[in-house]
Design a protein around this ligand. Sequence first.
Ligand SMILES: Nc1ncnc2c1ncn2[C@@H]1O[C@H](COP(=O)(O)OP(=O)(O)O)[C@@H](O)[C@H]1O
Ligand SMILES: [Mg+2]
Length: 197
Amino acid sequence: MIFLDESLYINKGTNRVCYVHPNDKTKCLKIDLKDSKETKRELKYYKQLIKKNIPFDSLSKYYGEVQTNLGKAEVFELIRDNDETISMEVDKYLKNSNNIEEIENLLKLVPSLKKYIFKNKIFVKDLNTVNIMYQQNGEKSRLVIIDGLSHSNYNPFFYICDYFINKKINKSWNGFINSLKKREIIKENSFLSNYLI
Ligand SMILES: Nc1ncnc2c1ncn2[C@@H]1O[C@H](COP(=O)(O)OP(=O)(O)O)[C@@H](O)[C@H]1O
Ligand SMILES: [Mg+2]
């Protein structure tokens, strides 16, 4: 049993609260705030990706389940920058950074995220700037999806048929790119939209 306290708290979203793993600073623990279908579908999808040997280059790794004093938790890779601080969501950079070079460096990574998603056919239901971390790590900097994956229980056919998968992935990707194009900092510096493919 793992003991968690407020000193380990990182952040919470709509469904889950996230803590640093007390025995391993490279991992985090996520606990459901309420019984959530989203979490169940995400875990099902993660397990399938592991089984199919899909690389986790742009996804936080999943390490299974543990018991804590606050209930059952799922263990994931904790995304940190090379100075060890916990990485920030893309959304926070776009909202708070006035450093255009920093924003450009972040956006330069968008095409490789696209390549990863399409090559490995990763369907992210909520592909948005809150669910993607910008991990600053010099040459190895990357965008990492930490949330929003989904496995649909209703239509298993969808997962075997490339045509439907590609259509869904295209739609979620285009939605993501269009939302980026609407951000103030990108509208004000139009050259930045060159990276939004
Ligand atoms: N792998 C991770 N590395 C670093 N921070 C994370 C990670 N996963 C989650 N977080 C932080 O915890 C917050 C909530 O986690 P998230 O998985 O997005 O929960 P929810 O499903 O409720 O949206 C995130 O917005 C982020 O700030
Ligand atoms: Mg989230």
